[in-house]
Design a protein around this ligand. Structure first.
Ligand code: PEP
Length: 250
């Protein structure tokens, strides 16, 4: 009922030469019908290059961020959802912990970004996750619940049906420390239960990705968990062979 999704977040990495090489290697290493949804998120200046390079392949393209405002206007440096849809993006990441920490993005802004994305037909990957200190205090589920609250109050029931949630414990991102399958499953089951309070069918259809030092060696056991529907992959998505092995594990 839920199709798995593997998403590669290339963060602020690469240049036109290395990205051209990565795209060519990805096309060569992924099967034409991978049996899983796949998306990559290049730095936005390389979107056009990647969209052209991956056209005709099963890999969709998305941006790592989107403006929380609806249309053309005086928002220097921002990129709107309509622009991303216009160039052919299918997805957008909102609320990545690096943006929450570095740019001070609040959960309310993240919900507005998700809404703008949905209004333009883009699928938002809504990232949530606790810091190490919050986990140590036993506040993980409380933090996740608070981060999702504005999503529930901002999006309509129809819009909630279209989003993807990515659980990314901050302490596992780029650190090589992965949440154990049990730790991840506990939070994923909690997230699904939050959505089931809204609507049981919605919760059953919701795709919840795990992110945080996913690699080929640990993807299989993570994706085998009942409530894990794929992964949001950072560092390992910059290596085409490793990324395709992760896609195969899904
Ligand atoms: C990420 O950037 O979303 C991420 C999960 O990074 P990494 O896989 O490198 O931990």
């Amino acid at each position: 009922m839920r199709s798995n999704l593997v998403a590669g977040n290339w963060k602020m990495c690469g240049d036109s030469a290395s990205i051209g090489k990565l795209v060519a290697e990805m096309k060569a290493s992924l099967p034409a019908e991978p049996g899983v949804d796949i998306a990559v998120f290049p730095p936005s200046v390389y979107l056009a290059q990647v969209l052209v390079g991956l056209s005709g392949s099963p890999v969709a393209v998305g941006n790592q961020n989107v403006c929380d405002q609806p249309s053309d206007g005086a928002y220097t440096g921002e990129v709107s959802a309509s622009m991303l849809a216009d160039v052919g993006c299918r997805y957008v990441i909102v609320g990545h912990s690096e943006r929450r920490a570095m740019c001070g993005e609040t959960s309310e802004q993240v919900a507005q970004k998700a809404k703008q994305a949905l209004l333009q037909g883009l699928i938002p990957l809504v990232c949530v996750g606790e810091t190490e200190a919050q986990r140590d205090e036993g506040a993980t589920l409380e933090v996740i619940s608070a981060q999702l609250k504005p999503i529930f109050s901002t999006l309509s029931a129809e819009q909630l049906r279209l989003i993807v949630v990515a659980y990314e414990p901050v302490w596992a991102i780029g650190t090589g420390k992965t949440a154990s399958p049990d730790q991840a499953q506990e939070v994923h089951a909690f997230i699904r239960a939050l959505f089931s309070k809204k609507d049981e069918l919605l919760a059953k259809g919701l795709r919840i990705l795990y992110g945080g030092s996913v690699k080929a060696a640990n993807a299989g056991e993570l994706f085998a968990q009942a409530d894990i529907d794929g992964g949001l992959v950072g560092g390992a998505s910059l290596d085409a062979q490793e990324f395709s092995a992760i896609c195969r594990a899904a």
